[in-house]
Design a protein around this ligand. Structure first.
Ligand SMILES: NC(=O)c1ccc[n+]([C@@H]2O[C@H](COP(=O)([O-])OP(=O)(O)OC[C@H]3O[C@@H](n4cnc5c(N)ncnc54)[C@H](O)[C@@H]3O)[C@@H](O)[C@H]2O)c1
Length: 338
């Protein structure tokens, strides 16, 4: 077993920072290399955490021995880093969503399997206690209906937002980029999504377009889903509610149980038929540390069962959100190609 895990990063932006805060406190982690197309971004992380800075993932993997790689790239930038990691046989964890090109993601998944490599997807919500309890409940008392999603303020300067986020061909839109977490949870808790039918609203987000002229994502989206096990779910995304009052949630209803998740931390409230007491499980604050600990323990012990979201599984979540995009583009229901 490895005593120290030598960790590298490709992509040194915002989410890399969320991982690094926890990793820097782990005694068995050494931060050895940082790669970003922006040399300045990579050098800044290297100056803060130690290690070497690179602008090319392959050059980094050629030069530095890395035991675990975090790939924290925007949706449009995937491919090169994952392939380089596979070729160097370095286990990796990719931030969600895993990309925009389903064929490329499937090719990466195929090569991961062929190389028999540990590869994870960054669906950290799966590590929450509330989510684990919901999973156990719904295995006994299956989901009938659910609804949820994210309703946020406009990306008009009032909230921090990346420029790539508002461009559909770079981010895939809010449903693919953000509500991917909710889609992934529905799959994790209630099984595969078979078919989706999406509607989008456009042209209302005046303040976003004024601040970022390249804004071309939907202002709001609703996606109806039919699950393989028979349940029906509606998920939604909006980034145009200037007055607030939206937020993140997921409400799930089975015959004997109602499960109400609220907030980004997915605090869960559990209602049981005939029982007056409502159980509440608050969401963990240090969720990236929990996710990263599981990944690093899997690297150290070679026990892959420790990670709750594999790369291949994350591809199936992307297949659902990209099917929703196809439905938005065609105005037709789309069967999800698993
Ligand atoms: N799990 C979560 O809750 C969560 C939260 C935030 C972001 N994310 C995800 O993380 C990903 C990255 O988001 P972010 O907020 O860090 O974005 P960001 O824009 O802050 O950082 C991305 C970094 O990648 C670099 N980059 C771009 N193309 C590159 C390439 N080809 N090679 C190397 N570096 C490249 C950019 O220069 C930038 O420094 C997104 O997919 C996002 O959805 C996940």
């Amino acid at each position: 077993m490895l005593d120290k895990v030598r960790v590298g990063f490709v992509g040194c932006g915002g989410i890399a920072g969320s991982h690094l805060t926890g990793l820097a406190r782990m005694e068995d982690v050494e931060l050895v290399a940082f790669c970003d197309i922006s040399a300045e971004a990579a050098e800044r992380r290297a100056a803060e955490y130690g290690g070497r800075a690179f602008t090319d993932p392959r050059a980094m993997l050629d030069a530095v021995q890395i035991d675990a790689l975090f790939i924290c790239l925007p949706p449009f930038a995937h491919g090169e880093a994952e392939i380089a990691a596979i070729e160097h046989r370095v286990p990796f964890l990719v931030e969600k969503p895993l990309g925009l090109d389903l064929d490329l993601m499937r090719e990466i998944a195929r090569r991961v399997e062929e190389a028999d490599l540990l590869a994870g997807a960054g669906y950290m919500t799966r590590y929450r206690r509330s989510v684990q309890r919901a999973r156990r409940i719904l295995q006994q008392d299956p989901l009938i209906i659910g609804y949820g999603g994210w309703i946020g303020r406009p990306p008009d300067g009032s909230i921090p937002i990346h420029r790539w986020w508002v461009v559909k061909e770079k981010s895939g839109g809010q449903f693919h980029e953000q509500v991917t977490h909710t889609v992934d949870l529905v799959r994790y808790l209630a099984g595969e999504v078979e078919e989706v039918f999406a509607y989008g609203a456009r042209g209302f987000n005046r303040s976003a377009r004024a601040a970022l002229p390249e804004y071309d994502i939907e202002d709001g989206v609703v996606v109806n889903m039919k699950l393989a096990e028979g349940a029906v779910v509606t998920l939604y995304a909006a980034c145009a509610a200037k007055a607030g009052g939206g937020g993140v949630n997921l409400h799930l209803f089975a015959h004997e149980h109602s499960i109400l998740f609220s907030g980004w931390e997915y605090t869960g409230r559990f209602l049981v038929a005939g029982e007056p007491e409502i159980i509440e499980i608050p969401g963990e604050k240090d969720i990236f540390t929990l996710e990263d600990r599981a990944f690093l323990n899997a690297v150290k012990t070679s026990d892959r069962a420790l990670i709750r979201s594999t790369y291949a599984d994350g591809v199936r979540t992307a297949a659902v959100t990209l099917a929703a995009n196809q439905s938005l583009a065609t105005g037709q229901p789309v069967r999800v190609a698993i």
